[in-house]
Design a protein around this ligand. Structure first.
Ligand code: NOJ
Length: 513
């Protein structure tokens, strides 16, 4: 288990939209390098960069055409190598985004696989043996080449599924995970990992990690596959982190992932907190965190003592946090995110409360996600300091509001969300109880009208986190005594005997004495 995950705090960069240094309207590696000091100064010590490899960008780079070549619009492999080195010199680790489930239709493997003649790539993708046959539950590409078969899709129509086999093959064309084709696909993917890890990256966020083995409803074949990957990493790159987009920690962590994301889909109730009409982080008192808490505890139990679960502020697939969580509630949401176990992930721009840009036409397969991918707002200069290109050339239009939040304004205001996040990261770094591996015990589960209260503990340290997003004050019983707060938002909680009263819209971190 890479030790560095114990106190990692991640920042997610969607490279298209971070900083453009060559005035082409799109972000680049040099832009990320230029902002490493900003990232470090906020206290982040790890990055996740969305796919930055050669691609026709039908799905923003999740349609890879060459796993081992950087997309020229961002720079070269050498630039990326420099980015790793520059990040490391500031104590920042870098995760790349590995997309093992599918490629672009433009990948040379797929071009070969489309041929009628047998070749080494014939079984690199999942094909039926007649174009008249498809597989229930999967989309397919057919009639696109001389090969007489339908090719399974993993996501969009431009993303054919790589072949890792079927858990229980039922048809002649369905290979087992131990057949030669699926084994070669896995070897090829491990070569990709080896390539970037040797160049200096620190691990991977793995796209759709649960999707690899087909007809695998319990995920058993996919879990076994990832256990092989984990064994390879433990052998060759023991410090590399493996983090899954799976959303089911009970499966992913058994597969050897170090950490799994809670997502806006799947069973986690993550949306109850941040993205629904009455999220837990809202004033009206209708928000309910209790189903989230119940599922979270169940997942932690299934994850075992080593497995971590990470809770992101958002990502490039979700509505911006600020679309659902407003004003002061964002401060409380970040107090929550920065005091939960597992490493927190902050999506670029969420630290300044960037808004979801409404009414945009889809860009690069973004559809409704496009509004969460607009270019970073650095200052109040041209294009908010993102790019010197003409406005119409920007990758995605920016928030048109002249009062849009910016990093410059956030840095200048001691009471800004940005500075609060910085203070919370610093607190997390000082207090092991708040970090990835600290224990958690919920005292109040945030049912409607109730606060969310939990104890974080590590070694001898015990800290109580209290969150009351609701307008009304709340009360809960506590046998132990609250010490001087390490942090408060709004008015502090007041203890009288065995009862604590929590003012409306407030939160804090208190030692238990
Ligand atoms: C999940 C990624 O986060 C998303 O952006 C992408 O469209 C799909 N996987 C397909 O790769």
């Amino acid at each position: 288990m890479p030790k560095w995950l114990d106190n990692a705090v991640f920042y997610e960069i969607y490279p298209q939209s971070f900083l453009d240094t060559n005035a082409d309207g799109i972000g680049d590696f040099q832009g990320i390098i230029q902002k490493l000091d900003y990232i470090r100064d906020l206290g982040f010590n790890a990055l996740w960069i969305n796919p930055c490899f050669l691609s026709p960008f039908g799905d923003a780079g999740y349609d890879v055409a060459d796993y081992c070549t950087a997309a020229p619009r961002y720079g070269t492999n050498e630039d990326l190598k420099r980015l790793f080195a520059q990040a490391h010199s500031r104590g920042i680790r870098v995760l790349l985004d590995l997309v093992p489930g599918h490629t672009s239709v433009e990948h040379p493997w797929f071009r070969e696989s489309m041929k009628a003649e047998q070749n080494p790539y014939t079984h690199r993708y999942v094909w039926t043996d007649s174009i008249w046959e498809s597989l229930e539950g999967y989309g397919c590409l057919r009639g696109i080449s001389p090969r007489d078969g339908s090719c399974l899709l993993n996501f969009f129509s431009c993303q054919p599924a790589l072949n890792y086999g079927f858990y229980q093959p039922e048809k002649p064309w369905q290979q087992s995970t131990e057949d030669e084709g699926p084994r070669a696909t896995l070897e090829a993917m491990m070569d990709v990992m080896r390539f970037w890890l040797t160049m200096g990256c620190d691990g991977f966020r793995v796209d759709m990690a649960g999707s690899l083995v087909k007809n695998d409803p319990e995920g058993l074949g996919t879990i076994a596959l990832w256990q092989k990957v984990r064994a390879f990493l433990d052998r060759e790159f023991p410090d590399a982190a493996l983090i899954s987009e799976w959303g089911e920690p009970d499966k992913s962590l058994r597969g050897g992932f170090h950490m799994d994301f809670l997502l806006h889909f799947g069973p986690s109730h993550y949306n109850d907190l941040f993205r629904c009409p009455d999220p837990f982080f809202s004033e009206g008192g209708k928000g309910d965190a209790s189903a989230f808490v119940a599922k979270y505890l169940e997942s932690r139990k299934a994850a075992g003592p080593d497995g971590l679960i990470c809770i992101p502020s958002g990502n490039h697939d979700m509505d911006r946090l600020a679309r659902w969580v407003k004003g002061d509630q964002q401060f409380l949401a970040f107090l929550f995110l920065m005091t939960m176990p597992g490493a927190p992930f902050v999506y670029y721009g969420d630290e300044i409360g960037m808004r979801h840009v409404e009414g945009l036409t889809s860009v690069e397969g973004g559809y409704a996600r496009t509004g969460a991918r607009s270019p970073m707002q650095w200052d109040n200069g041209v294009n908010a300091g993102f790019s010197a290109a003409p406005k119409e050339k920007l990758y995605i239009p920016q928030d048109p509001d002249p009062a849009r939040p910016t990093v410059k304004a956030g840095l200048a205001d001691a009471g800004s969300l940005l500075n609060q996040i910085k203070a919370l990261i610093a607190l997390r770094q000082k207090n092991p109880a708040l970090q990835s591996r600290g224990e958690i015990r919920f005292l109040v589960d945030g049912a409607p009208g109730q606060p969310l209260v939990y104890v974080r503990a590590f070694g001898g340290q015990r800290l109580l986190v209290i969150l009351n997003p609701c307008r009304e004050a709340a009360r809960f019983s506590l046998e132990e005594s609250l010490g001087q707060p390490l942090y408060t938002f709004g008015s502090p909680a007041v203890q009288a005997d065995a009862s604590v009263s929590v003012p409306g819209v407030s939160g804090g971190i208190y030692p238990l004495v």
